[in-house]
Write a protein that binds this ligand. Structure first.
Ligand SMILES: CC(C)(COP(=O)(O)OP(=O)(O)OC[C@H]1O[C@@H](n2cnc3c(N)ncnc32)[C@H](O)[C@@H]1OP(=O)(O)O)[C@@H](O)C(=O)NCCC(=O)NCCS
Length: 109
């Protein structure tokens, strides 16, 4: 996403993953100096529209690291935790990702 010609945020979507009717959001980030003015919601709204109409997915999923305050943002976007937790074991850090998802009404509704 660009604002006055400068990049201010990005969101990537993994289509049809982990099932044909699901879209997985891999990353959402907004330039830190511009947090809190609606850009995250604007990016997500655009993505959800594309997910409904182009991908025709019925569910959106995301994995959020347990300590990330962005969980609150996803709740505001209508996501709920699924109860699934995935452990990530890296060289320097071990963490847990919380799975969240949002059911979508079908594009024809
Ligand atoms: C999460 C992130 C994308 C939110 O972007 P943003 O542009 O600041 O969000 P918005 O201003 O569009 O906020 C939309 C709504 O979510 C709420 N919200 C935003 N961040 C929140 C947070 N950390 N906790 C709770 N609510 C939050 C806002 O209050 C707003 O609520 P409203 O509907 O009542 O107005 C941004 O903080 C970010 O880039 N974080 C770093 C990267 C990251 O953690 N990405 C997510 C990985 S899972």
């Amino acid at each position: 996403m660009y604002r006055h010609g400068s990049p201010v945020g990005l969101l990537d979507i993994i289509a049809h993953y982990p099932a044909p009717n699901v879209a997985f959001i891999g990353l959402l980030a907004v330039r830190e100096s511009l947090h809190g003015i609606g850009l995250g919601r604007a990016l997500y709204d655009r993505a959800e529209h594309l997910i409904r109409t182009d991908l025709r997915a019925t569910t959106v999923r995301i994995a959020v690291i347990e300590t990330n305050p962005a969980c609150g943002f996803w709740r505001r976007m209508g996501f709920r935790t699924t109860g699934e937790v995935k452990r990530y074991e890296g060289r320097a850090v071990t963490s847990h990702a919380i799975l969240m998802e949002k059911p979508l009404a079908s594009a024809s509704e």
